[in-house]
Design a protein around this ligand. Sequence first.
Ligand SMILES: *Cc1c(COP(=O)(O)O)cnc(C)c1O
Length: 720
Amino acid sequence: MANIRYGGIDTFKLIAAFLVITIHLGPLLSVDPYADFVLTGIIARLAVPFFFIASGFFLFGKMKADRKRELASMRRFTLRVGVLYAAGVIAYLPLNLYDGYFKQPISIGGILQDIVFNGTFYHLWYLPALMTGAWIVYGLRVLFSAKTVLAVSAALYGLALLGDSYYGLTAGSPALTALYDGMFTIFDYTRNGIGFAPLYIALGAWAAVRPLPSRPRQKYVIWLILSIAALLVEGMVLHAAGWPRHDSMYLALVPAVYSLFRLLQSAEGREHPYLRALSTWIYMLHPWAIVLVRGGAKATGSFDLIVENKPVFYIAVSFVSVIVSAVCIWLLQAMKRGRGPKKGEKHSRHRAWAEIDLDHLAHNLQQLKNIIPRSTAIMAIVKADAYGHGSVEVARRLYKEGVRSFAVADVEEAIVLRRSGIEGEILVLGYTADHRLGDIVRYRLTQTVISAEDAERLQAFGKPMMVHVKIDTGMRRLGESFEQIERILSIYRHKFLHITGTFSHLAAADRQDAAGTALTLKQFEIFGSVVAQIKAAGFQPGRIHLQSSYGMLNYEGVGMDLARPGIALYGSLGSEKDVVRADVDLRPVLSLKAAVSLVKSVQAGDSIGYGGDYISPGDGRIATISIGYADGVARAYAERGGYVLIHGQQAKIVGKICMDQLMVDVTDIEGVRQGDTATLIGRDGDQAITAAAIADRLGTLTNEVLVSLGSRVERVYVSR
Ligand SMILES: *Cc1c(COP(=O)(O)O)cnc(C)c1O
C-alpha cells in the first residue's frame, strides 16, 4: 500500500532545514575549507530544491482538473506563502536595520527587486521564488501537456544555470555576458522563482500523478547514488574551473533531488505534521538564532570558543533554532486553542446550529475499541458528511485519535477528505463511473469492487488501483455473490487491481431474535468460508471486514482486520428501544439548537400557523423558533408530539412546522425572550432529547434524522 502516507517526506524536510543552516554557517570551515565546500556548496544544495519539489507535489497533487477550483487552491497557496513571507520580512526588519540596509540609497526599484526576487533578508528569497515558480508552473499547465511543462521549465533552468555555477561559460561570448549582466541588474541571482523553482515544482507535480514503479526502492536508490556521484564530480570540476558565480544550481541536482523525492514518497510511514511545521519554523528563524548565539557568545566572553569553532557554532545555532521554533509552535497552538469555542460555552448563534462535540466522538471511538480485539482496526464510516456531523472535522479528529481508515459513499465525498489533508486509506463504498476512475487513482483512493464484471471494468481502466473486494453474503445489494466462487476468484487475477481488502455487509445485526441472529451467524460463516477459499486458491484477500455498528455491538470480540462503525461513533443507536449485547457507554456527538426569534401572547381560540387548524386552548405565550423543515426538522414531527427544550423545560411544537421556522408553546416557561436557545436534539438542564427518540416518533431511524440536517444549519465544533 505504498503511496499513502508521507512520513518519509516530512522527516526529510527537517533534515533539509538543517542542511540550509549548514549552507549558511559552513560548519567545516575551520576544519578544512575544501571539505566545507563539498558539504555546503554541493551536498547541502539538495535542500532547497527538495522544498520546491515537495511544495509542487502537495500543491498540484491535490488539484482537480477544474479551473475554478485550481485557481482557488492557487490563491490559497499564494496567500499562505505570502503571509509567511510578510511575517518573515517584518521579523527580519531589525536585522535589516542593524545590517545598514536602510543606509544605502533607497530606491523603489531596489526594494521591489528585493521583495520580488532577492528576498529582503538573505534566506527569504525562497518564499517569493516559491510563489513565482508555482504560478509559472500553473500557467504552463493551463497551456501545455505535463511533458511540455517539464521541458519549458527545464529550459528556464538551463538558462539560469549559466548565471549560476556555469557562469564561466558566458565569458566566451560578449553577447552572453551582456545578457547575463543585464539580468543581474534585475535580480542578484538566477536561482530564483523564474530560473530555479519552476523545474522542481513541475517535477513535484509530475511525481504526484506518476504511479510509483512496483519496486521503487531498487530503482531510485541506484538513481540516487549515481546522481549524487555525478553531482560531486560536477561540483568539484566546476569549482576547479572557477566557473561558478554562485553554487546553488547543478545539472545532476535534478535527477538527485527527483530520485530522492521518489524514494521518500515510496517510504511508507506515519505522517509527521509536527516535523513539517518545525522545519518551516527552523528555516524561517535560524538567522535569528545565529544572531542570538553570536550575541550570547559575545556577552559571555566565549566568542572564540563558540563562534570561531565552526562545528560548535553549528550545533549551537541548530539547537537554538529548534528550541525557539518549538516554543513558537507551542505559543501559536496555545493561541489557537484560546480562540476556539470552549466546551459548555453558550453559543449565541443567530439562527439554527448543530454543536458537534468532538470529545464525545473520541470517547465513542474508545468505547468501540474496547469491544474489539487489539488486532482489529477501525474503519470509520464518514459517508453522508459523517452522518451530518461534517466529514472533514470528524475525520480530522478521528485521525488524531489514531484512525487510519475511512469509508465514504462516493468518490466526491472521498475527494473532499483528501483535499482537506486527510491521509490514510479512504474506501469508496459505492460504484464509481468510468469517467471518475481517474480521480480514484489521482487521489489515492480505494475503490470497492462490486461484482466480477465491475472488476473487469476497473482492470480495463489500465492503471494500478487500490481496491477492496465486496462479497454479497446475504444482503443482496452490492458485492459478488458468495455462491459464485469462480467469479470471485477471477477478481483476484486482475493485474491492475491492487487488492488491499475483502469485505461484506451484515443485513440484520441489529435484530436479536432467533431469526435475525441465525441470519447474521450464517453471514459470518459464509464470509469466513469465502475468505478461506480465496486464500486456498493462493490469493491474498488483504484486510477483511464485516461488522458495522450493530455487528460490533451485538457480536463482540470477532477478530477481523477492520470493523466499520458508523452510527455508534456518533453516539446513537438506530432507535431508543434498541438494546445491544455489548456494555458500552455511547455519548451523542450532535446537539441541534436554534434561537427564539420572537415571543408573543395569544388568546384562547387564536389559530396558530399555516392552515389555521391549531387553535390555542387558552390564553398563553408562543415562541417562534428559527428552524424549520428546510433545516431537517420533519414536518410530521409536530403531529407526533414533537417538542423542544427551553430553559431546561419542554415546549410543545404547535401548528405546522414551516420551512424556516416553527412555533412552540411557552406559556408555562418563565421569562422566555428573543435570543434564548431552544434545544431540538441534546441536553438542556435535566432534560434531554435524543435523535433516536425523534426517530422513534417519526417511525424512522436515527441515521435518517441526522443526515436530514440541512446545509444551512451551521456546524459548531466543540472540544476541550
Ligand atoms: C453505512 C455503512 C456502514 C456503517 O453502518 P452503521 O450501521 O451506521 O454502523 C458500514 N458498512 C457499510 C458498507 C455501510 O454502507
